[in-house]
Design a protein around this ligand. Structure first.
Ligand SMILES: Cc1cc2nc3c(=O)[nH]c(=O)nc-3n(C[C@H](O)[C@H](O)[C@H](O)COP(=O)(O)OP(=O)(O)OC[C@H]3O[C@@H](n4cnc5c(N)ncnc54)[C@H](O)[C@@H]3O)c2cc1C
Length: 240
């Protein structure tokens, strides 16, 4: 029944509407305007000062924010305790491995039957190059970063056009046939084993050509390319 009651639109609803009607570029612009996707104003590591005199701090939540707060406060001399609601740290940063089970909010239980060593990150994948604060903690805590995504494309699925600021990418088709369109060049269709490398700034589209089968590709990202000839022999064996 129609009503004169004002209806509240959540920020999430508004951003979803913008994304659906105007596409990802407009969505990113809107998020930047609202302060959710802007470049970081990082000016170097923070240095907490003061005289805690044995003060204790209780932090709720062991996500990125809670862990960073704990690290900095502990380094500043506070006694820190972190209470986490879940039985794991990380918050939205989360890896699911073979043997894990997870019950979703609706009650459905998922069993991960991956082979040993395989995992999926259902949360964040990328650390954008301008997330300087986070990259600082990666260096400080010796977190190694190497990005490879395995992307499963449903039948007929086509990605929107996109490009990157710094990351060049190598695509390797694993299963199915995938059509790649780079910039204003003609589209190329690659099958299993097909490789394509693309510069960051090139606008690319990716499409599964099949209307009935999934396609799978690996995407390896890097900035600066291959490390070069830094291989070294071990022991007496002569270099080959
Ligand atoms: C699918 C997905 C993809 C994403 N992709 C990216 C990406 O590619 N790059 C990127 O930079 N960011 C990405 N993000 C965003 C990024 O994951 C979050 O910004 C970041 O992890 C938030 O960290 P946080 O500590 O603020 O919150 P959270 O990670 O949500 O941590 C909050 C923690 O507090 C706990 N908690 C809450 N209330 C209480 C309580 N009362 N008592 C005790 N514990 C409590 C929760 O259980 C949780 O562990 C993505 C997020 C999602 C979900």
């Amino acid at each position: 029944m129609p009503t004169d009651e004002p209806t509240a639109t959540s920020r999430r609803d508004l951003l979803k509407l913008i994304g659906l009607t105007a596409g990802s570029a407009a969505l990113y612009q809107a998020m930047t305007s609202l302060g959710y996707a802007a470049e970081s104003g990082y000016k170097g590591p923070i240095k907490l000062e003061g005289d805690p005199k044995g003060a204790s701090v209780l932090i709720l939540g062991a996500g990125l924010a809670g862990m960073v707060a704990a690290l900095e406060l502990r380094q500043a001399g506070y006694k820190v305790k972190v209470l986490e609601f879940n039985n794991r740290a990380g918050g939205r940063n989360w890896s699911l491995r073979g043997g894990d089970t997870y019950t979703e909010l609706g009650g459905a239980t998922q069993h991960c039957r991956f082979d040993a060593g395989l995992y999926v990150n259902p949360g964040p994948w990328r650390i954008p190059h301008h997330h300087q604060h986070l990259l600082h903690y990666c260096r400080e805590l010796d977190v190694k970063a190497f990005g490879v995504n395995a992307v499963v494309m449903p039948p007929g699925y086509a990605s929107g056009p996109h490009y990157h600021e710094r990351q060049e990418e190598l695509y390797l088709v694993h299963r199915g046939e995938i059509e790649f369109t780079f910039g204003d060049k003609d589209a190329v269709v690659l099958g299993p084993g097909g490789l394509a490398r693309v510069d960051p700034a090139t606008v690319r589209r990716v499409r599964n050509t099949s209307d009935s089968e999934e396609a799978v590709y690996l995407c390896v990202g890097g900035a600066g390319g291959y490390v070069g000839r830094d291989g070294r022999t071990v022991g007496e064996e002569a270099p080959r």
